[in-house]
Design a protein. Structure first.
Length: 328
């Protein structure tokens, strides 16, 4: 049965209790605390609702900015332009945003949502008790996911994604895309991961064989450990039930075209085709996990040429597609 995606007003009365980021994507969790599982099988603490924001945003307390998206470009412990070294890289080093987010979570949150205001072009403001606000304001015409609200599932994946950021306009004389037919499909996000799994799999064997960097790896029986941001306490959950090694396209391909993500993975793997087949010959299961969201009724179809490349490596395709209902 199809369910409607969540709406920002569903957050009314719920506490905002967590804030963090993955690269330049900021995430917020609302409602009760529960255990969820990422597409890579990592157990994590999530809320009833999660808000992901990549548009500019800011947090204000008593009408003063206490945290904002541009704080990502400053090192931890600095607040002045002349203190920012030319060599600073926010992808590799701790930032002022991280420092302020930790303080906000430790000393200000949780706070309940008492009002939701929506504005033009996908902008919105969440107003919390105690004169706290969170504002987001999309500021680009390029095809990007400005923000989305969804309900994390208790099992692998995410459910009921709402993509409200399709508010781009156009001006005469400026083409919307080099390929209008492709853009007309309106897929809004995509990513892919190659995964090798097995009861006795040691991910070190995969790394030694493929000589590729992984994004996630664990052994069968390895404990699931997590640290809570608020008090830095460590929590242990049920151990992993099999070994896994995974490498994702997410941080390297900025495209809503799922095929671009899969082709990037194939480009990494095909020069190591013999090593991949060696892994599979040992009883290891290998696949390419695909995620996509958008407005079309059907998930994006991979071209026959791409599917043939996947099959030639002996891998399978596993796709999760979440439809975004952008029309009320």
């Amino acid at each position: 049965m199809t369910r409607s995606p969540p709406n920002l007003r569903d957050l009314l009365g719920l506490p905002w209790w967590a804030i963090g980021r993955a690269a330049n994507l900021q995430w917020l969790h609302f409602g009760s605390r529960k255990l969820g599982r990422s597409p890579l099988g990592v157990t994590r603490e999530v809320g009833d609702y999660a808000l992901h924001v990549q548009a500019p945003w800011r947090v204000c307390l008593s009408e003063r900015i206490v945290l904002g998206s541009s704080d990502l470009t400053f090192p931890r412990g600095t607040s002045r332009l002349d203190e920012r070294p030319d060599t600073f890289d926010w992808k590799q080093q701790l930032t002022r945003l991280d420092e302020l987010a930790e303080a906000l979570e430790a000393h200000v949150l949780p706070r309940k949502v008492i009002e939701v205001r929506t504005g033009l072009c996908g902008s919105f403001t969440l107003i919390f008790e105690g004169d706290l606000t969170f504002e987001a304001f999309p500021d680009a015409t390029v095809e990007t996911e400005s923000w989305r609200l969804f309900e994390p599932r208790e099992t692998t994946g995410e459910d009921y994604i709402d993509e409200p950021a399709l508010h781009r306009g156009s001006l005469p004389g400026v083409p919307d895309s080099l390929d209008p037919d492709l853009r007309a499909t309106r897929y809004t996000s995509a990513r892919a991961s190659v995964r090798f799994m097995g009861d006795s799999l040691d991910p070190l064997d995969v790394t030694l064989l493929l000589r590729l960097p992984y994004d996630h790896a664990h052994r069968d029986g390895e404990p699931r450990l997590g640290r809570r941001r608020g008090d830095h306490s460590v929590h242990e959950y049920a151990p992993y039930r099999q070994g896994m090694w995974s490498m994702s396209s997410e941080d390297w391909i900025r495209s809503v075209d799922l095929d671009a993500h899969v082709r990037w993975l194939l480009d990494q793997l095909e020069s190591r085709a013999e090593q991949v087949k060696e892994l599979l010959s040992r009883g290891v299961f290998g696949d390419i996990y695909c995620f996509a969201s958008g407005t079309p009724a059907e998930s994006p179809a991979l071209p026959e040429a791409t599917l043939a490349r996947v099959a030639a490596l002996g891998l399978e395709i596993d796709t999760d597609y979440y439809r975004s209902d952008v029309e009320e």
